[in-house]
Design a protein around this ligand. Structure first.
Ligand SMILES: Nc1ncnc2c1ncn2[C@@H]1O[C@H](COP(=O)(O)OP(=O)(O)OP(=O)(O)O)[C@@H](O)[C@H]1O
Ligand SMILES: [Mg+2]
Length: 258
């Protein structure tokens, strides 16, 4: 694991410790509109069992980075590797089958379906596993089991987030990509999302989490990246970044020091 907090854009620093990465991205360039790159050479890695955070200002490209990892935005150059295998440009369903899970920032449940049906959708590629995975997911989120017949559209924002995470966990991913799971939730529910995320991670799932609640994210993650204008600006352990005066000044605000 990297122990270096860095204020440089030197790739070596951001990738220190990446040799045994579970998921690794190198020099990703990606965008939506021809000729306009949103990611301008991002590097990132996550080792087995790690909880990795991605923070940064609005529009920095955080969601685009997760989408690029998950095959939802075209990678123009650079590579994504899973346990050393090049998975750049594979489609989302292929990635799910290989053990990558993704919870998008918005529209991440089927509102007209029940909780159970949402979870069934999560393992449509391997329906035989439903029972075993349903037990795992409802073990983590007992409410989802208790309220399995309730339509997802009638749930609160926090509960929907649990359904979305639960659905992504149905395929037993080795790495889960979460895009702003606490966005739009009350402080108490945000806290619950962070606790749940940690719990999922402790259950053996590596997690890469984009978060707008940067300070809280740095508290719970092992390592984090600060993304700015599609590039790595800083990286290090959560604690290093949370105490780095530059990171505090530029990205956490002066009230951020715990
Ligand atoms: N589907 C799209 N088509 C064209 N441009 C897009 C699309 N999605 C995002 N962008 C642009 O890409 C840039 C980065 O967006 P992205 O959503 O990745 O940022 P972000 O860091 O996730 O921001 P936020 O904190 O607001 O979620 C922005 O300038 C945005 O306008
Ligand atoms: Mg986003």
């Amino acid at each position: 694991m990297s122990t270096t907090s860095t204020t440089t854009l030197d790739r070596k620093d951001h990738l220190a410790g990446a040799e045994n990465a579970l998921l690794r991205a190198d020099e990703l360039v990606a965008g939506y509109v021809p000729g306009v790159n949103i990611l301008n050479g991002c590097d990132l890695y996550c080792t087995e069992g790690e909880l990795v955070g991605i923070i940064g200002p609005n529009g920095a490209g955080k969601s685009t980075l997760l989408k690029a990892l998950f095959g939802l935005v075209k990678v123009r150059s650079g590579t994504v590797r899973l346990r050393g295998e090049d998975i750049t440009g594979l489609r989302a369903n292929q990635l799910v089958a290989k053990g990558v899970g993704f919870v998008p920032q918005t529209n991440n449940v089927f509102p007209s379906l029940t909780i159970q049906e949402n979870l069934e959708m999560g393992c449509y590629q391997d329906q035989k596993r439903f029972k075993e995975r349903f037990e795992f997911v409802t073990g983590l989120f007992p409410t989802l089991g208790d309220r399995r017949a309730q339509r997802a559209g009638s749930l609160s924002g926090g509960e929907r987030q649990m359904v979305a995470m639960g659905r992504a966990l149905m395929m037993d991913p080795s790495v889960l990509l979460l895009d702003e799971p606490s966005a739009g939730l009350s402080p108490a529910l945000q806290d619950e999302v962070f606790i749940r995320t940690r719990q999922i991670n402790r259950a053996g799932v590596s997690v890469i989490m984009v978060e707008q609640n940067a300070r809280r994210c740095l508290q719970i993650c092992d390592r984090a990246y600060v993304l700015d204008q599609g590039r790595n600006a800083y990286s290090g352990t959560g604690q290093q970044l949370a105490n780095d005066p530059k990171v505090i000044e530029l990205y956490l605000g002066t009230l951020a020091r715990a």
